[in-house]
Design a binder for this molecule. Structure first.
Ligand code: SF4
Ligand code: SF4
Ligand code: FES
Length: 315
């Protein structure tokens, strides 16, 4: 596991570190390596160093970040050849006095927009394609919820690890299959898919297994497990994919079916049906002339004064 070295923040990195940053200019198509010397301090992360470069040396360097605390998953990049979160990587982890050089590149297997900034459109499309949300058949309960679906601590423990994914894409960048098959769903999407197959509240497990069984699904995985090695949240997508394969195999032989789904709790004593929406928030009836409603002001009385209102119709 690459993981985080909890002691790295207590070590002092080399006083001056050379950052070799891979640059890309989409207008000219030019790619090059650029070096910057950075004065460091204890506790400094790779993202801190890149921001220092941007503020003090070269404002044209482009990268993405947001939370700066390993939660949003937006600062993924390849640091010394390994996909990592820049905000979670101490310089002391990746540079020492013997080799005070850090190379930084954009994530592999993602199109590069500019410098260290990569395009996640296709990655999120794959994420969406596995329907990463609960699917239930009890439509009435969905529209008028009365209780909660009960999940035991044991059931929760089985899927907990897979709920920690922050969709940072590091696993995808480390995957050799994603490098050669751009349509491969990849470890992140398949990990999510597995999490919903085993979630006792979900009822569409058969449909999910069919997605996993597709041409670019779990059978493509080589089980190199580099995805799991680089995950900053210690999720194990390689294991999820192997377990998906095993479930699929047993399902096809008629040896596995998901047991009945999570039961609904008792209706709480203070349960009340939802209040109907106020009349002004209800959908416009089909016989209303929308164009006229938008173009002609409506006069209403507010505190004894007549006020003209104009409606805006949203689709
Ligand atoms: S499984 Fe880990 S590495 Fe992959 S997207 Fe989720 S958090 Fe990132
Ligand atoms: S285990 Fe499968 S998904 Fe993970 S890196 Fe290897 S080939 Fe990719
Ligand atoms: S900036 Fe949010 S995870 Fe690094």
């Amino acid at each position: 596991m690459v993981g985080i070295d909890p002691k790295a923040a207590t070590r002092t990195p080399p006083k001056t570190v050379v950052f070799r940053v891979k640059r890309y200019n989409p207008k000219s198509g030019r790619e090059w390596w650029q070096e910057y010397k950075v004065e460091t301090h204890r506790g400094m992360t790779v993202l801190d160093a890149l921001l220092k470069i941007k503020e003090e040396k070269d404002h044209t360097v482009v990268m993405r970040y947001s939370c700066r605390m390993g939660v949003c998953g937006s600062c993924g990049m390849v640091i010394n050849g390994v996909p990592r979160l820049a905000c979670q990587t101490q310089i002391a982890e990746v540079a020492d006095e013997g080799n005070p050089v850090v190379t930084v590149e954009p994530l592999y297997n993602f199109p590069v927009v500019r410098d260290l900034l990569t395009d996640f459109t296709d990655f999120f499309e794959k994420h969406r394609s596995v329907k990463p949300y609960l699917l239930r058949k009890d439509r009435e309960e969905q529209e008028e919820p009365r209780g909660q679906y009960l999940v035991s601590p044991e059931e929760h423990a089985l899927m907990y690890e897979f709920t920690l994914c922050i969709s940072c894409g590091l696993c995808y960048a480390a995957c050799p299959v994603a490098a050669i098959d751009p349509d491969y769903l990849g470890p992140q999407a398949l990990g999510y898919l597995f999490r919903y197959v085993i979630d006792p509240r979900d009822e569409e497990w058969q449909m999910r297994l069919m997605i996993a069984d597709s041409e670019h699904g779990c059978h493509k995985c080589h089980y190199a497990a580099t995805c799991s090695m680089v995950c900053p949240k210690v999720v194990d997508p390689a294991q999820a994919i192997q377990r998906l394969r095993s479930l699929l195999f047993k399902y096809k032989l008629g040896l596995w079916r998901k047991k009945k789904t999570a039961p609904l709790s008792e209706k709480p004593k203070d349960w009340k049906p939802r209040k109907p929406l106020p009349p002004e928030a209800q959908l416009v009836s089909p016989d209303v002339d929308l164009e006229r409603l938008e173009s002609e002001p409506v006069t209403v009385e507010v505190d004894g004064k007549r006020v003209e209102l104009r409606y805006t119709i949203y689709d």
